[in-house]
Design a protein around this ligand. Sequence first.
Ligand code: ATP
Length: 515
Amino acid sequence: MSEVFKQIVSHCKEYGYIFQSSEIYDGLAAAYDYGPYGVLLKNNIREYWWKSMVQLHDNISGLDAAIFMHPETWKASGHVDAFNDPLIDNKDSKKRYRADVLIEEYIEKIRGKVDKEVSKAARRFGSDFVEEKFKKEHPRVSGYLQKIEAVRAEMARCMTEGDLQGLGKLINELEIADPASGSRNWTEVRQFNLMFSTQLGSVAGKEEKLYLRPETAQGIFVNFLNVANTTRARIPFGIAQTGKAFRNEIIARQFIFRMREFEQMEMQYFVRPGQEMEWYNYWKEFRMKWHLALGTPMEKLRYHDHDNLAHYANAAVDIEFEFPFGFKELEGIHSRTDFDLKRHQEFSGKKLQYFDSEINESYVPYVVETSIGLDRMFLALLSQAYQEDEVPDSEGKSSKRLVLKLPPALAPVKCAVLPLVKNKPELTQKATEIFNDLRYSFDCQYDEKDTIGRRYRRQDAIGTPYCVTVDFDSLEDNAVTIRERDTLEQHRIPIAEVEKVVREKTSMYHLLKKL
Ligand code: ATP
């Protein structure tokens, strides 16, 4: 784990964002609990997603389907037969890995070498440098790129054809070593189904196997007609849902990046067959805009087209974010064809067709989906917001501060109300009055412990965008000092305006307006 990633993890714990699940029993791997600030941030991210998808699109409606579904659902969706990851064990370290992830990490390493050579040459040649030409003509770099292509193609072939032996052979040929121990003593590659199961009913011998849903999408597919009929939706239309999903991940070592219980925010968009690529491109762009509106710099985001398409998809792209451990998938946009609805039609015996009055035809719609992990989004936001900078202390000397520069609309606490000193009832009473009024409008905090400097630091560490300080002048002029987290600017404003100013600056309105 990189140093900065470790710091983020410990910051999350220290400031009540995220705790290890069942920590007093030494924790449970890959399960996490969201603390007092974590739950607020998570709710705000979910709200931003929901409003941007449901509220801003008049043809998208919401749904909250059960986690348990009829077991046939998962046969129809292909998850019982094909929701597998290829796993490989190292015989010396006894550690288990995903074979495809080991190969991808190998590719990333070579890509790192290419990037290094490119930036070295760019520095050397200055304005004469043409990157594409250099990559083609430089023998070592073009060799690296050919290698990447060859490995990628072979991995894609193995994954698509389910060629486990081929994956194992590739790992051995590339001499990939166990990242933990350096050993190359590998077992064969085996398939591992990622679904958790449990039983329904208590009559011995009559239990029926149930699965915990590994994605929220299927709840939407089986309700497709219910929603279409009750909302009188006309194609194209979408159904959006957020909720827990469960996957028995083989490796789950990157904090909340990969968990066994996590939350997804998914939207399925039902379109006329043949029009799916148009909508695929629309959603690809819209979702990138959603990320950029948060102030995430473009360099931290990129598209990554899938090399090996899932059994149901005819086009798929990931939006990747540069986490502290490199670029990784944050969100997927998939064109799923009519695969799911057709399969549910087949397995349930019920017609899942839509009558398109514009062309006077009934058909099974095609589906374009957007699917993002709420927890992964949380980690992306935190890793970008977590910063250490220098600020002047009370004596004007420069001192370090830890600050979470979260987008104000998503910050857990919007405003902290702080009496300048603690033991002055006139001040604490005035501050309490302001706080008691503001809490009706947004999440707000009252704090009178410690020096004012320390309280500012604490609010910075939590990510509170505004602090309002009540001092002795406030008793006379009915005004307070409002301090802005990122610029540290301080202004004097009338108490009567605090609610309006903070609401205006932290409202989700501006974020949504950018879309
Ligand atoms: P990965 O390749 O990282 O396993 P995936 O391609 O299987 O992800 P999807 O099935 O496309 O993921 O799921 C959609 C989104 O759900 C992902 O983009 C990710 O944000 C989130 N997600 C998937 N698995 C997990 C997990 N184990 N923990 C947290 N979030 C997850």
